[in-house]
Write a protein that binds this ligand. Structure first.
Ligand SMILES: Nc1ncnc2c1ncn2[C@@H]1O[C@H](COP(=O)(O)OP(=O)(O)O)[C@@H](O)[C@H]1O
Ligand SMILES: [Mg+2]
Length: 254
């Protein structure tokens, strides 16, 4: 099973929107996909039409006392199941501290590999015990960046964190998000990306009101507006991400 995480130290940059659409596209391509919404705010769960939190306590889930399989929810789509967010995830860091180790998430995900080809993690924006677990569990950490100086600073901070914690920086894969080509700074950065972004993915996600409307429809934009520019951009992004994931079935055919 391949594990991809969507992460940025900054909030409101399009992590959740991208995570939901790429998971949906993977499922549409026939890959059994599990989405773990690790953000207490639960935006991804909402977009995927699931409004209830976990049935058991997050602490029990993390300790292994409650098997993860018991918390999986079906979505409206084939091949896509959700481990929903929970308000109590605010304390996830504490529980991870109690259980110790930065490999806990990795261990919890392992049994899912019997059923799923892909796990998608949507993360809250912070450096924490949880994010460190995420960085270790994921084979790729996809980083949406809005083309502004502040985003580039967050990108540099993330790279520094990886270096400091001896995490492989090749896991970090950035892409442009919420791009508004009417703005000079956006155009300039997209056309001439900084040198420290050498694994930058080609497709840029445009700023689009259709993405905002995901909240109204409670569906990914790729589902309700598949020919929109945003949906096409997510699709192109998924095609590139797929090529990074050597463990997916049929990878050699791509
Ligand atoms: N490409 C986009 N164009 C326009 N609005 C977007 C786009 N991506 C996300 N948004 C909106 O911006 C807000 C934050 O997006 P979200 O994906 O939740 O970011 P994050 O998970 O990084 O906090 C949401 O209201 C969302 O609808
Ligand atoms: Mg989010």
């Amino acid at each position: 099973m391949e594990v991809i995480a969507f992460y940025n130290l900054k909030g409101g940059v399009g992590k959740t929107a991208a995570a939901v659409n790429l998971a949906w596209l993977a499922a549409r391509d026939g890959l059994p996909t599990v989405f773990w919404d690790l953000d207490a705010q639960g935006a991804a769960s909402w977009y995927l039409g699931v409004e209830e939190g976990l049935q058991g306590k997050p602490r029990k889930l993390l300790s292994g006392k409650r098997p993860i399989g018991r918390e999986l929810c079906d979505t409206a789509w084939d091949n896509l199941q959700l481990l929903p967010a929970d308000e109590r995830y605010r304390h996830l860091d504490l529980h991870l501290d109690e259980k110790g180790g930065d490999d806990r998430l990795h261990q919890l995900l392992e049994p899912l590999s019997e059923r799923y080809a892909l796990a998608v993690l949507d993360c809250p924006p912070s450096f924490s015990r949880l994010s460190e677990n995420v960085f270790r569990a994921a084979s790729r950490v996809l980083v949406p960046l809005v083309p502004t100086p502040l985003s580039l600073r967050a990108w540099a901070q993330l790279r520094a964190f990886f270096k400091q914690h001896e995490l492989p920086r090749r896991k970090l894969v950035p892409f442009w998000s919420m791009v508004d080509r009417r703005r000079g700074m956006h155009r300039q950065l997209v056309e001439q990306p900084p040198l420290n972004m050498k694994r930058l993915l080609g497709p840029a996600i445009p700023y689009s009101t259709q993405v905002e409307q995901m909240g109204l429809h409670q569906r990914p934009v790729c589902d309700f507006a598949p020919t929109s520019p945003a949906a096409r951009a997510y699709e192109a992004l998924w095609d590139e991400v797929r090529q990074h994931l050597e463990g997916l079935p049929g990878h050699h055919l791509a």
